[in-house]
Design a protein around this ligand. Structure first.
Ligand code: GLN
Length: 239
């Protein structure tokens, strides 16, 4: 048995170490004897999403988002069906924005996949910061953000409340979205190495979707927890 990961546009959507999220999922599976396979998807091929246990979309500049736009929209029906059926999807920043209705830039608007009822508009400044969130589901989450877009999530459940940093739009105090088995967030970092609780949640969802036992053997997360704690101490506790 192998868990299969589709990494969409690794050549274009991969900012600030986003690929580290995939490495983390692979490693945490490997340490538990679970095999994985990662397919890099460049969007010229027909993809059978039902073959996959996780779809990952990283962040990208506005230019790169414009470059993937048409290829992504071409797979809109398939990727939406995958999510509606409970498929696991993780998206960061530029990838998160593209899950929504649109990303409105100064001169043009990039249409999104309409998987989430969220809208993004570019603002006058970039929101750049380390970020600490408090999430009802996962506890404290840390990461790093750098985005021009402001995202409004309507009635969606956020990933967390911003304790430090800007989050979705710098105004409403929310960060990210949780929807079905989708985790969408502005947080780079890379996100998963510093938040093992999120990584294991994703792995559990992947196993459950396959109908496999999802009790995960605990790992020694000393290094990960130290990295996590460093961010909280520095920016929230001001140690
Ligand atoms: N280009 C988008 C923005 O600036 C996303 C950036 C990112 O992925 N870091 O809002």
């Amino acid at each position: 048995m192998k868990l299969k990961i589709a990494h969409l546009y690794p050549d274009l959507l991969n900012l600030y170490g986003d690929i580290g999220n995939i490495t983390t999922i692979r490693k945490r599976c490997e340490w538990r004897g679970i095999q994985t396979q990662v397919d890099s998807i460049y969007g010229n091929e027909k993809i059978n999403f039902t073959d996959y246990d996780l779809v990952f979309l990283g962040g990208g500049s506005d230019r790169e988002q414009l470059l993937v736009r048409d290829k992504l929209i071409a797979m809109k029906k398939e990727i939406s069906a995958y999510v509606e059926d409970g498929g696991v999807l993780a998206a960061v920043c530029g990838g998160y924005q593209l899950l929504g209705s649109y990303y409105k830039l100064e001169k043009e608007t990039i249409p999104g996949l309409e998987i989430l009822n969220i809208q993004t508009e570019v603002g006058e400044t970039r929101l750049i910061s380390n970020v600490v969130l408090e999430s009802e589901k996962f506890g404290t989450i840390v990461g790093f953000e750098n985005h021009g877009g402001r995202t409004y999530i309507n009635d969606h459940t956020p990933l967390g409340k911003v304790i430090y940093g800007n989050g979705n739009n710098g105004k409403d105090g929310f960060e990210g979205v949780l929807y079905k088995n989708v985790i969408a967030t502005y947080l780079h970092g890379a996100l998963l190495p510093k938040n093992p609780v999120l990584s294991d949640y994703i792995i559990k969802m992947m196993l459950e979707q396959r109908g496999l036992p999802s009790d995960l053997k605990p790992l020694d997360d000393t290094i990960e927890e130290n990295a996590h704690k460093y961010v909280v101490d520095r920016f929230v506790n001001k140690n």
